[in-house]
Design a protein around this ligand. Structure first.
Ligand code: NAD
Length: 479
């Protein structure tokens, strides 16, 4: 096994390796072979990180917002200088096309730039008092040391979305990036260190997720838990955090419905939906997932969708021609195969794809299924992969019923030219984010959040700062 990329952990300002000989392998999803290792943190190192997080917090929150802002701004500049190196590492570790990795790095740079501004816009309130001998004031203070856990599908952006607002607010953070693709977050740690971030403000640990979360969340030092990942792990962490009544933000799974009304150009929207669906091989929490199409255009839509899908090039993300990279693991491929088999056994029609690609790596053919019944597993389980079920509907109310028929409520999409449909669908579909005639719904300036089982709290926008700030009321008597 050749080690081509090495990584250590950032604890109290030092890059440290495993104290024993415990390492985790980081494997290429293109070959299945090891490309690097990361150390597995142990209890004494976590205790060191906790202590550093607490002492650094006292110092970091006492700095002026202008100082915090200028370090974040510098980080955005330094990340820009290292953008290509980070993008390559991202593609090597998790497989997405290099063009998509470059976009992810650009979006992460924007996080540091955006929250450099937000750091200076933390406003309290001076409300009027009924009792004129009392002065009322509300300050907003950083909640405290944060434990953060992020997944592999956007291994840099999803970490940056937590780190940038937390640091802007004056919190410290211990981040545990995804074990499958820890490299981009570790490079982000290097960037922040070079930008002048004091020791202990951001620490990055690697290793066994369950061990790390149990250890960190059993400590009274941690005052906030921020997690992005699946619903089951999110529920487990909420329960762990309850022991110390930690403040919680959860960005969990999605199963985004797409409602396509009968007044759109079926061929054009069918092609657009196929391109949107298979971005990052469908491994996106806001990926368009269930396509509900008005019966008057369903056949034309489905054939355009399948034709566009057949054009997409599956391959190594490092090749410029690649549209769809591998899945993250072989087990993800098995899960997708099972969902496709289940949908077919319930009478769905296979329009294209349907099976893993032979050869090395974790590739799966982009797959389109028509007339998938509501009781097929894929209509309830988050597929998180390159499979698109298409379903016909006849009335708008029926489409709303389908859209709301899962425990998820992250993103939803609507395609129509009718203003009344936009109003009714966008208001009645239960989701934190609604795209109208677009899939481009994520921006640093607007909240990214889910309802129902999809989450608690928000990232992006001024709302992300709310997750890292708590109000303090100060009542002052005067003569
Ligand atoms: P996952 O929940 O299995 O893992 C997510 C992260 O949590 C990983 O780093 C993993 O190592 C870690 N983890 C797992 N068990 C843990 C534990 N006991 N304690 C602490 N950390 C633990 O999810 P995944 O399959 O890696 O990622 C895909 C899921 O993430 C999907 O459900 C997707 O929708 C969701 N997601 C949500 C958003 C969002 O913003 N809402 C964004 C991206 C992904």
């Amino acid at each position: 096994m050749t080690k081509t990329l090495d990584a250590a952990q950032l604890i109290d300002g030092e890059w440290v390796n495993s104290l024993g000989d415990a390492y985790l392998s980081v494997d290429s999803p293109v070959t299945g072979l090891q490309i690097s290792t990361v150390p597995a943190v142990d209890a004494s190192q976590l205790d060191r990180a906790l202590a550093a997080s607490e002492s650094a917090w006292a110092e970091w929150k006492a700095r002026s917002a202008w100082e915090r802002s200028s370090i974040l701004r510098r980080a955005s500049e330094l990340m820009t200088e290292r953008a290509e190196e980070i993008a390559i590492r991202l593609t090597q570790e998790m497989g997405k096309p290099i063009v998509e990795s470059r976009l992810e790095v650009a979006a992460s740079i924007e996080q540091f730039d955006w929250y450099a501004d937000e750091a200076r816009r933390i406003y309290g309130r001076i409300p009027e008092s009924r009792n004129t001998t009392l002065r009322l004031a509300v300050r907003r203070e950083p909640v405290g040391p944060v434990a953060a856990f992020t997944p592999w599908n956007f291994p840099l952006l999803l970490a940056a979305r937590k780190v940038a607002p937390a640091l802007a607010a004056g919190c410290t953070m211990i981040l545990k990036p995804a074990s499958e693709a820890p490299g981009p977050a570790l490079l982000m740690g290097e960037v922040l260190q070079s930008a002048g971030l004091p020791s202990g403000v951001l620490q990055i640990v690697t290793g066994k997720a369950q061990f790390i979360s149990e250890h960190l969340l059993s400590s009274p030092i941690v005052r906030k838990l921020s997690f992005t990942g699946s619903v089951p792990v999110g529920k487990h962490l909420i329960a762990l955090g309850a022991a110390n009544v930690v403040n919680v933000s959860m960005e969990l799974g999605g199963h985004a419905p797409v409602v396509i009304m009968g007044d759109v150009n079926a061929t054009q929207i069918g092609r657009l939906c196929a391109s949107g669906k298979f971005r990052n091989a469908g491994q996106i929490c806001i990926a368009p997932t269930r396509f509900y199409v008005h019966e008057s255009i369903a056949d034309e839509f489905a054939s355009a969708f399948a034709a566009r899908t057949a054009e997409l090039v599956v391959g190594d993300g490092m090749n410029d021609a690649t549209d769809i990279g591998p899945l993250i693991s072989d087990s993800a491929r098995v899960r997708i195969s099972d969902l496709v088999a289940d949908a077919l056994s319930h009478g769905s029609e296979l329009l294209c794809g349907g099976k893993p690609q032979p050869g090395e790596g974790y590739f799966f053919e982009p797959t389109v299924l028509l007339d998938v019944p509501a009781h097929a597993k894929i209509m309830q389980d988050e597929p998180f992969g390159p499979v698109a079920p298409i379903v016909r509907f006849s009335t708008r109310d029926e489409a709303i019923g389908h859209a709301n028929n899962t425990p998820f409520g992250l993103a939803a999409y609507i395609f129509t030219n009718n203003l009344d449909d936009v109003t009714v669908l966008s208001e009645q579909i239960q989701a934190g984010i609604v795209g109208v005639n677009t899939f481009a719904v994520s921006a640093a300036s607007v909240p990214f959040s889910g309802v129902k089982h999809s989450g608690i709290g928000a990232e992006n926008g001024t709302e992300a700062m709310d997750g890292y700030l708590v109000p303090k009321t100060i009542v002052t008597a005067h003569a």
